[in-house]
Design a binder for this molecule. Structure first.
Ligand SMILES: C[S@@+](CC[C@H](N)C(=O)[O-])C[C@H]1O[C@@H](n2cnc3c(N)ncnc32)[C@H](O)[C@@H]1O
Length: 265
């Protein structure tokens, strides 16, 4: 396949959380290897550095890793956090995270949806939350962001990265498909790929216009205090099989304005 040719992306209907779990279970080992070996260039050189930089100034006493996958970001965040909890709906990803990261004393993992975790959690509120490439994979943004708000202390930060809502459809070449509308939420299925490794494992992501994110965050009591489009420098660009013609991701930081009283709701 020519590097510029992306595998077919198609809209799908009726996806459930169980479907999502099965998809991320199937690809879990491959994802862990892609990330641990440095093969996932964007994670290694663009997303993780952006997340770490954006966490500067956030309180890192108790950190929640939202949709932590196989725990690679959790492991990196453990070096700067007093205590970190990773939650992911994929049981296989959590098994891998536990087996690879078990030697870290300040890390705990839970296999569940973040929504269920928020209903059950009786521990102290988290001081910060990180969601690396999770918000565009969840099926219900409102319930996920609402659960994060419930788990965070008032004044706590959420730092998140997402695929760029405007440029990703161009990058993956579905912006001109007859079914695509930028202003609509569309659940999409495609074989998972990174620049250096196209797999045959299907995963789901949800196209949402950027206004869906800002509106949902605002409704759940968050105020965005930082937002940027990370771009690799020339030496990082040269590692990629194709140049970045435009930004591929968005990174933002939002602060929870919810009061302690609202937390119990
Ligand atoms: C693209 S992966 C990113 C994983 C990890 N953050 C990383 O950087 O490697 C998205 C992850 O979000 C998880 N996920 C999606 N919706 C979720 C939810 N509502 N609760 C928990 N995990 C969820 C998926 O299972 C998947 O592992």
């Amino acid at each position: 396949m020519h590097p510029r040719e992306k595998p077919q992306v198609k809209p799908v209907f009726g996806k459930s959380v169980d479907d999502l779990r099965t998809e991320w279970d199937r690809i879990a080992l491959v994802r862990q290897q892609q990330m641990a070996t440095g093969n996932d260039l964007s994670y290694q050189h663009v997303l993780l550095p952006s997340i770490l930089e954006t966490l500067d100034g956030c309180e890192l006493t108790r950190v929640l890793d939202v949709g932590c996958g196989t725990g690679e970001p959790t492991k990196a965040l453990a070096t700067i956090s007093e205590w970190i909890v990773g939650v992911d709906v994929s049981r296989r990803s959590i098994e891998i995270a536990q087996s690879v990261q078990h030697q870290l004393p300040n890390v705990s993992f839970y296999a569940d949806t973040v929504e269920n975790f928020a209903r059950k959690w009786t521990g102290p509120a988290f001081t910060s939350a990180v969601a690396n490439m999770t918000l565009m994979t969840c099926l219900n943004l409102r319930s996920l962001v609402g659960s994060i708000a419930k788990l965070l202390m008032p004044g706590g930060h959420l730092v998140a990265s997402i695929t760029h809502p405007w440029f990703w459809p161009h990058y993956w070449q579905y912006a001109n498909a007859d079914w695509f509308r930028y202003d609509k939420e569309i659940v999409l299925e495609a074989p998972f790929g990174i620049s250096k490794d196209q797999t045959h494992y299907t995963t789901t992501h949800v196209h949402r216009p950027f206004s869906s994110y800002t509106q949902t965050l605002s409704e759940m009591g968050f105020v965005i205090d930082r937002i940027f489009e990370p771009y690799p420098n020339e030496s990082i660009q040269s590692l990629y099989p194709e140049r970045w013609d435009f930004p591929r991701f968005l990174v933002f930081r939002a602060i929870s304005q919810r009061s302690t009283l609202q937390r119990s709701g």
